[in-house]
Design a protein around this ligand. Structure first.
Ligand code: SF4
Length: 259
């Protein structure tokens, strides 16, 4: 297998929060599969809306590609891509299998929508680093920013995040995407973040083309003040590393173009 023929792994990319990150896409579907339809999603609108986990890419296919990986320095292998990670039924199996290869620590990006379910929390718990989304502070703001599938409740998400933080032995971060639509909620979001007390808070704003406008560097500097005393990083403070992706096309399909 030539490295540009990889179908399920993409990158490596320079990630502002993970360093050199090699992506694994457990969906690899032409249509994004998600339980949210975030207003800022770089992958466009969600057309395969679901909250029912399924197997989209068998674990063995991922392992076969990783076994062909050339020797390169990677900081994290990251489950992300064209869908919400926790909707992959084989997430725990795949995480364990990838860790056995001892290439790099494993990170999972999740939108937190199903984290109230004990089975989902267990599936996430095999990673070294879990990064959970929190852009809203109420059911109303969840519906405005993340536009979730039916029956996804903000109250349950918060309960699930708090429970996961309590039980998880690895590193746990909250990622908060700020746009003009929720920058006014920063005080409440910072209060929630203090209650959850993650190991890290990732303050983000869209850097790839999407339907909403990103916040300026100055606006993010104002946002950061509310998180004073907490361990946070922000997208504007990142120092990108020079990394060449195996296949630019496959990487672009998963991440969109940085502007
Ligand atoms: S959770 Fe991620 S993939 Fe799903 S709609 Fe939001 S940004 Fe897009």
């Amino acid at each position: 297998m030539r490295k540009k023929d990889f179908k399920y792994i993409y990158g490596p990319v320079s990630s502002w929060r993970l360093g050199v990150s090699l992506g694994i896409d457990l969906f690899s579907s032409s249509k994004k599969i998600c339980s949210f339809n975030c207003i800022y999603c770089q992958l466009g609108s969600t057309t395969r809306f679901t909250k029912k986990p399924g197997v989209y890419v068998p674990t063995q296919k991922i392992i076969e590609e990783l076994e062909q990986l050339p020797k390169i320095k990677i900081d994290y292998i990251t489950f992300s891509g064209r869908g919400e990670s926790s909707l992959a039924k084989n997430l725990a199996e795949a995480t364990k299998a990838v860790k056995k290869l001892k290439i790099a620590p494993v990170a999972i990006l999740t939108n937190s929508s199903l984290i109230d379910q004990a089975e989902i929390r267990k599936n996430l718990s095999f990673a070294d680093f879990v990064i959970a989304k929190l852009d809203s502070y109420s059911q109303e703001s969840l519906e405005k920013i993340n536009q979730p599938a039916k029956a996804i409740k903000f109250r349950k998400i918060i309960q699930g995040i708090k429970q996961f933080k309590k039980d998880f032995k690895g590193k746990f971060a909250l990622q908060i995407m700020f746009t003009e639509e929720n920058q006014g909620d920063v005080e409440t979001l910072a209060k929630l973040a203090r209650e959850i007390n993650p190991d890290q808070i990732q303050i983000n704003t869209p850097t790839r083309p999407c339907k909403v406008r990103r916040l300026s560097r100055e606006a993010i500097t104002r946002v950061k003040k509310y998180f004073a005393g907490l361990n946070f990083i922000s997208v504007y403070d990142a120092r990108p590393k020079k990394v060449v992706a195996f296949s630019k096309k496959e990487t672009l399909i998963r991440r969109g173009k940085v502007i």
